[in-house]
Every structure is written in structure tokens, then in C-alpha cells.
Design a protein around this ligand. Structure first.
Ligand SMILES: C[S@@+](CC[C@H](N)C(=O)[O-])C[C@H]1O[C@@H](n2cnc3c(N)ncnc32)[C@H](O)[C@@H]1O
Length: 215
């Protein structure tokens, strides 16, 4: 597994709760897409939960769903737990390396899986494994909601994207922004059907894909 933490993400901590300003900003835009695609009841797994801000906000907003946070970095679990205090529909966080083959069977039967801001931090072969495992973990009819920055036809959207992608590649030439068409092709190869591709603030994208109901 690649070094899991992303030290620039946290700007402050409030008690045990780490605060990521970008997560604060994008909770509502991501939530607007989730509102269209989440089922009323069922199980939702979040990969790479980070601080725990997203999943705590969504568990509060959708009490009919049972939310399972996870992250590869055990150091994030305390913050996730702190954000989730008092939420009966938020499970204790799991240590889960989303790039490790096999987790999709162990975590099978998910009605939805959410992933925000990880694919650009891992290498393409790791992303391939992750996307295939997502398909294994989804129940028939289950949805995958993928948010983050991407390349579009080779291009990066903002100057900030160009600088960040260059920084990532300088730290590890194998990582960096993934081409959105490549990601869509991986999802299709894993048997998932496209549902939505949504333009998000700050040049980000959200892809929603579904495991066929009969698949
Ligand atoms: C940029 S942060 C995003 C956190 C959160 N999803 C958000 O959008 O605010 C990336 C997160 O991915 C986690 N991570 C890195 N590699 C991972 C892996 N292989 N499996 C699961 N989580 C991983 C890191 O520990 C970190 O919490």
C-alpha cells in the first residue's frame, strides 16, 4: 500500500475532529448528487473517509441508511469516530486498504459505495484493483459515487490542478490525475453501468455508476 496519509489535507483539528477545508466546501455539492442516487434504505460503505466529515454529514442527513466509514490509515479512525459521535446509523470505522485485492468479497452486499479524492493519489494498477473491488462489493442495483479531480482528454482543468498533478508526479511518477475516460472504461469493464457524470465546483467531477439489478 502506498503511504496513505495526505498531510496537506488537514488545516486544523477541533478536539478529536480533524477539519479539511476542502471537505467542508464540497459536502453540499456532493450531497446534492447523492440525493438523486442513494436508496432510501440499505448499507453505504465509504472508502478513504479521511477526517470523517463527509460520512458524518451524510449519515445525519440520511438516517434510513447505515453508513460504514473506512480508511487505510489507522490514524484517521479517531477523527472519523469523533465526527460520528451520537449517530446511531454510523458504524465504527474500519481499516480498509481499497487497493488490496479481495476486500470487495469481504464487504459484499453494499447498496452504495462512496469515494472522494483518492484516485489521483494512487497508481493506475492500484486504481484498477480498487474499481474492480468496488464492483464486487456492490449489491445488484447498488451505486458507486466517485468524486475528485480528473484529466479530461489529457487536459487538466485549472492552474491549481496543473501544479498539484506536477507535485504528485514529482513525489511519485506513478501517481497523479487519472483520465476520466479511462476510469469510465474501468468501471464498464468491471460490469458497472454509467448513471451520471456531473461537473462539480473547482473543476472536479462526480461519476455515478450502477451494478445492474440482475448482475
Ligand atoms: C485526500 S484524502 C481524502 C479524504 C476524504 N475522502 C476527503 O475527500 O476529504 C485521501 C485519503 O485516502 C486515504 N487512503 C490513501 N490510500 C488509501 C487506500 N489504499 N485505501 C483507502 N484509503 C486510502 C488516506 O488515508 C486519506 O484519508
Amino acid at each position: 500500500m502506498r503511504a496513505p496519509s495526505h498531510p496537506d489535507s488537514w488545516s486544523r483539528a477541533e478536539g478529536g475532529r480533524r477539519v479539511s477545508p476542502s471537505a467542508e466546501r464540497n459536502i453540499d455539492p456532493i450531497g446534492a448528487v447523492l440525493a438523486r442516487v442513494l436508496p432510501a434504505r440499505g448499507r453505504v460503505l465509504e472508502l478513504a473517509s479521511g477526517s470523517g466529515q463527509h460520512i458524518a454529514a451524510y449519515a445525519r442527513r440520511w438516517p434510513g441508511l447505515v453508513w460504514q466509514p473506512s480508511d487505510a490509515n489507522p490514524e484517521n479512525l479517531a477523527s472519523i469516530t469523533a465526527w460520528g459521535a451520537g449517530l446511531d446509523n454510523l458504524c465504527p470505522p474500519l481499516v480498509l486498504d481499497a487497493c488490496a485485492p479481495g476486500w470487495g468479497v469481504v464487504q459484499g452486499g453494499q447498496d452504495a459505495i462512496c469515494l472522494n479524492n483518492l484516485l489521483h493519489l494512487i497508481a493506475a494498477p492500484e486504481a484498477e484493483v480498487l474499481l474492480a473491488e468496488v464492483a464486487h462489493a456492490l449489491a445488484p442495483g447498488g451505486v458507486f459515487c466517485l468524486y475528485g479531480p480528473f484529466r479530461r482528454d489529457g487536459r487538466l482543468v485549472t492552474e491549481g490542478d496543473v501544479a498539484f498533478d506536477a507535485r504528485l508526479k514529482a513525489s511519485d511518477p506513478g501517481i497523479g490525475y487519472k483520465e476520466i475516460g479511462w476510469v469510465a472504461a474501468q468501471l464498464a469493464a468491471a460490469g458497472l453501468e454509467p448513471v451520471e457524470r456531473v461537473e462539480m465546483p473547482a473543476g472536479n467531477l462526480m461519476l455515478v455508476a450502477r451494478r445492474p439489478a440482475a448482475g
